[in-house]
Structures are given as C-alpha cells and as structure tokens.
Design a protein. Structure first.
Length: 300
C-alpha cells in the first residue's frame, strides 16, 4: 500500500527529521511529486539537489526504514549482557547441606573401649531411633504477623471516555456548531447556523454531527442532479475539532454518509476539499477517494 504524504511526514518526525515536499502543482514540471529530507536545523540530508527535490515517496520510506534498522542494531550492541545470578550472600552452611539426611546415632557400650565383651541385645534394645531433626525457622516464619509491608495505595479508577454518537443536528446545536466551524472560516452567528440546520432538515439532507460529550465534528452534504438524470452525492463539509482528530471521528462521519448514499442509490460521491483545512486532501485519499478534477470558485 502506497504511503501518503502524512504517513511520510509522521515517519520522518519520529526520526527527528523534516519532510520536504515539492511545491510544484503541475505534473511534469520541475520536481513535481518529489520529496527530500532535512534535519531539525533545516540542513539537507537526502533527496535535495541543486535543481530541486530528487527522491520519490518510496525512496524516502526506504531511507527512513534503513535509519530505523541501524538505530535498533546500535542499541542492541550497546546493551550489556545480563550476568548469571551467583550464590546468595545470606546462604549458610546449614542451607547448603539441607538436602543431606540426618542419620541416627548408634549407641555403643563403654565396655567396648576396654575390650570386654558385651552381652548381645536385640536390635530394638541396642539402637534407639533418632528423633527427627528440628530446623530453626526464620523469625518471620514463627511470627508472620510481625513483618507487615504497607499496602500500595489504590489509584482512583479513570473515568471512561463518553461514547461517540453520530446523530442528526438539532437547532439546539447551533451555537456549538458555530464554534466548531469558526476556525474553518465560518463567520455567521448562532441564528444563522440554526437556520442552516433547519433548512437542511427540510430538504431531507440533514447535517450530521459527532457527539462525544459535546459536538466534536460535523458533516454536511446534498444530492446534486446531473444531466444523465441520476443523482450525485456531494460532501460539502467535513470537519473535526483539532483536539479530537486522528481518533476515528472523521471516518465515522464519512461511513454514516456513505450508508445514506447507498440507500438513495447514488452512483457517484464527490467530496469538497477546502484548501484552508490542513491535510484535508490526505484524509480523503486515506478513505479511498481519488482526485478527479479541479474546482474553481468566485464570490459574487
């Protein structure tokens, strides 16, 4: 699978590098579609020539993979080998000989030392079985209650994140939607947004919002009639609060829209990409959409 510009930029950032992308917008002109790499200070490292950028996306990815592998190998070589555990300093001779059995002691008569014969006795009368040896237990085993360690403090359970809900926008969401869209260039008032929500619902093309304990994203759309007679679905706006991006919210809104388009038997889906929204094109490409044309506009 081909890496997107955002994938390359993120991979370079993890290596402490900066991705440089050609500013050419016309295929076949200069270094269109090529890339380069620079360090944190801006010094050129790879794919930067006198006439512009020279590296393809695959070459950039290969360079970053080689850098990652070499860093891993150097880290492995610098890690000292783990030494084998030696005998414990607290070990005693008694511990080392614990496996040996304690043999019973045989009683001998004092007459044997003088050479005098002793009368024969039965084995039961001559040898007494030794009592089982008693081993000293550590103080902590005798009195386990006297050695107590402090119980670790229990951390309070983290509150679970509110569930993400994709729902139809209501007039009561007007102020929250206005605040969400203001960074993207919306300069209308809350009443303006309320009228837009009501008008979209009347057309049966409602605005969908992502709600996670509050409005964190929205998607607007409508059906465009075509000369062939069938309809074309157009996503006119999709945005997610900057602090909640890269968490699947935009994709959830998109999948909701696609489900509605399939119900309406739509054959083509078009997505509007505002150049003011950072990485909007990369987001659409990640969803599987392909650039089909240029769009030109003018305010009248």
């Amino acid at each position: 699978m081909a890496l997107t510009d955002e994938d390359l930029r993120e991979a370079a950032s993890h290596r402490g590098l900066k991705l440089i992308k050609s500013r050419r917008r016309k295929p076949g002109v200069g270094d269109f579609g090529l890339f380069g790499l620079a360090d944190a200070s801006g010094k050129s490292l790879f794919g930067v020539g006198d006439d512009g950028l020279t590296a393809t996306a695959d070459q950039i990815a290969e360079f970053l993979r080689k850098g990652e592998a070499s860093t891993w190998a150097a880290s492995a070589k610098s890690t000292p080998a783990r030494s084998k555990p030696g005998p414990s300093r607290d070990a005693t001779p008694e511990d080392e000989d614990a496996a040996s059995a304690i043999r019973p002691r045989r009683r001998t008569s004092s007459r044997a030392s003088t050479g005098q014969e002793t009368p024969q006795r039965t084995a039961s009368a001559d040898v007494e079985p030794a009592a089982p040896a008693r081993t000293k237990r550590p103080f902590s085993e005798k009195h386990p209650t006297r050695e107590r360690t402090a119980e670790p403090k229990r951390e309070p359970k983290a509150e679970s994140e509110p569930e993400l809900v994709i729902r139809v926008a209501r007039p009561a969401d007007a102020d929250a939607l206005r605040n969400l869209l203001e960074p993207a260039g919306f300069d209308g008032s809350a009443p303006d947004m309320e009228r837009a929500i009501t008008a979209a619902a009347a057309r049966k093309e409602p605005i969908w919002i992502a709600d996670r304990g509050g409005v964190v994203g929205c998607l607007a759309w409508h059906i465009v009639p075509t000369i062939r007679g069938d309809g074309m679905a157009r996503i006119t706006l999709i945005t997610v609060d900057e602090g909640n991006r890269r968490r699947g919210i935009g994709r959830a809104l998109y999948e909701m829209a696609m489900s509605e388009f399939r119900k309406r038997k739509v054959q083509v889906v078009e997505a509007m990409s505002d150049i003011k929204v950072r990485n909007a094109n990369g987001f659409y490409r990640a969803l599987g959409l392909k650039q089909a044309s240029y769009r030109f506009a003018i305010d009248i």
